[in-house]
Write a protein that binds this ligand. Structure first.
Ligand code: 5AD
Ligand code: SF4
Length: 480
């Protein structure tokens, strides 16, 4: 039996793609390996969002040269965003790679891997040698700048194989992609070119997939899309938007919690906010990246809103949805960002009171508008300082927010073991509907996948601490 191993970096899109690829490969007759050394096929599912992520992949690929020497018949593949972005360059930088396959071609992955395995075995029988150059495959989608929209859409194949529960971290939580690609073209971002044009999936197909997942034991669903709130499916006169889909998913018996990421600020309309407020199963947490608090920076990023509009949105979210939490993404040190512009971001963070923020230093990406239009002129040292300043402010807010939970009872879905304790007990961790992490001690792991009520006795910026004696087990019904 030939075995495969998938290494995944990057965002939730990649985690989901790896799960689907895992399922596709198992259905094609391969079996999962536990590590590189006992694998015949190694796939790197890669990320291009920042240079740092790419550098790490190229070094990891370099380290696999010796694997290729030991296993000349093995297949080393690069999939994901870097495959679509770098294409032939990957073979030049890592000549021992056999396969480069973009995110729009995953449907073809199992058969391509089998072809390569077979070709390599044949070659080995004949000459006992591998001819690295001839046994290679490059499968990518068309470039958006070079082809018509309809042709490009057609070249990003949608891949939705039957899902294998073993391919996920656990059986009770699953992601479901509701849309592919992105049409926003923020100037710093590679996603629209590597993930292709926005395409929303048919609602019934999404609902069927969720029903199958429920039969596999899933209770929490995360709907994902690069700009998930841009979801729009038109069928004749009828248009389904994300808010409509939330109602439909809520009606599925067995689903207990529904999350969705990532949101684009401009699409946060009242219907969506009201759906989040009114549907008990929908998590009271919204991730809405703002990227910067300065209007001039936002304009250079082509984000299509002002800082004031974003603040108004935050006000609207807090006043519509009781007890909601918000999280955010920021890029610091974007091209030309002055101290004054950065100060506006600091003010915005102080105003918005996010639960937590993901802060990134700007990384110039070849082929993007910002790389073409503006020099990457903020020194690395300044980016670092701004990153730390923002983190420190955010951490203080996160702690203040979490401290408000001390003495309160919260409801969590227990997700897994966070620590094995010396006493023989385990520390379990779970999340609230507003995405706060709660840890507590328990005798064993039997509470994993259960909803529990727990009383909080202490708080850190990213964690709430609860006491085991306070556990109240709850059984959820359809609408509670
Ligand atoms: N440099 C730094 N951060 C980036 N992001 C996207 N592109 C870049 C880039 N070129 C960040 C944004 C986005 C998150 C997923 O990654 O904040 O929301
Ligand atoms: Fe990138 Fe902007 Fe699309 Fe998000 S909305 S994926 S940042 S282009």
């Amino acid at each position: 039996m030939q075995k495969f191993y998938i290494e995944t970096v990057g965002c939730q899109m990649n985690v989901l793609d790896s799960e689907l690829v895992h399922s596709g490969l198992v259905q094609s007759g391969l079996v999962p390996a536990t590590n590189h050394d006992n694998a015949d096929v190694i796939l790197f599912n890669t990320c291009s969002i920042r240079q740092h992520a790419e550098n790490k992949i190229y070094s990891a690929l370099g380290r696999l040269k010796h694997w290729k020497i030991i296993k000349p018949y093995g297949v080393l593949g690069v999939i994901g965003c870097m495959a679509q972005k770098d294409q032939k360059t990957i073979f030049q930088r890592a000549p021992h790679v056999d396969l480069v396959l973009g995110p729009g071609q995953l449907e073809l992955l199992p058969e391509t891997v089998h072809q390569l395995l077979e070709e390599k075995l044949q070659r080995n029988y004949v000459s006992q040698e591998i001819e690295i150059e001839s046994g290679k495959k490059l499968l990518v989608s068309l470039k958006r700048q070079e082809h018509r929209h309809a042709e490009v859409i057609g070249s990003f194949r949608l891949f939705n194989p039957v899902r294998n529960p073993e391919a996920r971290d656990n059986r009770f939580q699953a992601m479901v992609r509701i849309m592919f690609g992105c049409d926003k073209f923020c100037t710093y971002c590679v996603v629209p070119s590597v993930r292709g044009p926005e395409q929303s999936r048919q609602p019934q197909e999404i609902l069927n997939e969720i029903q199958t997942l429920v039969r596999q034991g899933v209770v929490e669903i995360t709907l994902i899309g690069q700009t998930v709130n841009s979801y729009r499916y038109k069928n004749g006169e009828k248009t389904t938007l994300l808010a409509d889909l939330l109602y439909q998913v809520s009606d599925i018996e067995g689903i207990q919690r529904i999350c969705f990421v990532t949101n684009y600020p401009r699409g946060m309309n009242d219907d969506l906010l009201q759906a989040v407020r009114d549907l008990p199963k929908v998590a009271k947490h919204l991730h809405v990246p703002v990227q910067s608090g300065s209007d001039t920076v936002l304009r250079r990023m082509k984000r299509n809103y002002t800082a004031t509009e974003y603040r108004e949105l935050v006000d609207r979210i807090y006043s519509t949805i009781p007890n909601v939490s918000m999280t955010c993404d920021f890029i610091v040190g974007f091209c030309g960002e002055t101290d004054e512009e950065f100060r506006k971001t600091v003010e915005l963070v102080q105003y918005c009171r996010f639960k937590n923020s993901f802060i990134f230093k700007y990384s110039e990406r070849p082929g993007t508008k910002s790389a073409e239009l503006y020099p990457d002129d903020v020194p690395e040292s300044v980016k670092k300082i701004r990153n730390n300043v923002l983190l420190e402010i955010q951490d203080k807010i996160s702690l203040e927010q979490n401290q408000q939970f001390i003495g309160k009872t919260v409801e969590i879905l227990v997700e897994g073991i966070s620590k094995q304790l010396e006493t023989g007990e385990v520390q379990l961790s779970g999340r609230t509907s507003c995405d706060r992490i709660v840890v507590f001690n328990a005798p064993d792991n039997r509470l994993i996948s259960q909803f529990l009520k727990l009383k909080i006795y202490d708080a850190a910026p990213f964690t709430l601490f609860a006491q085991q004696s306070e556990i109240v087990r709850i059984i959820r019904n359809r609408d509670s």
